[in-house]
Design a protein. Sequence first.
Length: 218
Amino acid sequence: MDLFSRSWTALRTAVAELPDKDFDRPSGCAGWLVRDVACHLVIDAQDVLITLVTPADTEPTVDAVTYWKVADRPPTGEDPLDALIVRLAAAYGEPGLLKFHLDDVGSAAGRAAELADPGALVSTRDEVLTAGDYLTAYVLEWTLHHLDLVAYVPDAAQPPAEGLARSRSMLEKIAGVPFPVSFGDKDALLVGTGRRAPTDAEKAALGDLATRLPFVLG
């Protein structure tokens, strides 16, 4: 729960501190600009609020790791929801309005997470899991999108080290094998999720795992 809050606060702070000109830079998410990632975070914050007030009365069907589904191909930006995000982001007109909306909804999502009972059962995406597992799963969401946000913004703050480490651990559980120790947490996440291609040396270190990449999470 605490790591969710630290990762989410760091991500929202990174958005708030971005100069307006950086919102038109490309992001690490294929087909999206930085402003599109920021707009997606507004939707994510809404999802957190909705999920935490959607109780379930059946046994959990997933946990923080199995919550994530692995798609068969990376996003292209052409998915209808992805395209909607781009149009919504453009509709804000100026970064200040987008920053304000993210701060408003994002702060509420952060407070809801702090008040949540980690053992309470909640429902989302036709699955049931504890609130604690749900918020833990979102550490990976926040960390990956933080990396997306700053991919081409060299002066922006990076995700918290503990969020990177926990996200790597979750990705390794999804993959069923660890990444080589020669990979830092950030590189394991970027290469593992297809946000950048591995170098020849990294391919050699990955061995058979290289043939299974990327793990496209959704």
